[in-house]
Ligand binder design. Structure first.
Ligand SMILES: [Zn+2]
Length: 85
């Protein structure tokens, strides 16, 4: 287990927020991340507060891609109650 700072991206509907400098424990074999209780709590409160723009430390521009042109078959939107096994 290694202690390090990580970042994460959190989607809220169509909005994306990035949180960085998160103290985390990272598993050396599977890279899974674990947060201490106070860190999880701080993240939860930040999300609850709706990621206030005034608190943002910086902003980045992110390119957005679509797979539509790279898929050979057109995407089929399944009805919501369709069960895919
Ligand atoms: Zn592990």
């Amino acid at each position: 287990m290694v202690e390090t700072l990580v970042r994460t991206a959190i989607w809220r509907g169509d909005d994306l927020a990035i949180v960085e400098e998160i103290p985390a424990h990272v598993c050396g074999s599977c890279a899974e991340q674990f947060y201490d209780e106070d860190v999880s709590e701080a993240l939860r409160r930040l999300a609850e507060d709706g990621f206030p723009p005034a608190e943002a430390t910086r902003e980045i521009v992110v390119p957005v891609f679509s797979l539509e042109r790279r898929l050979t078959k057109p995407a089929v939107l399944l009805p919501e109650d369709t069960c895919v096994d």
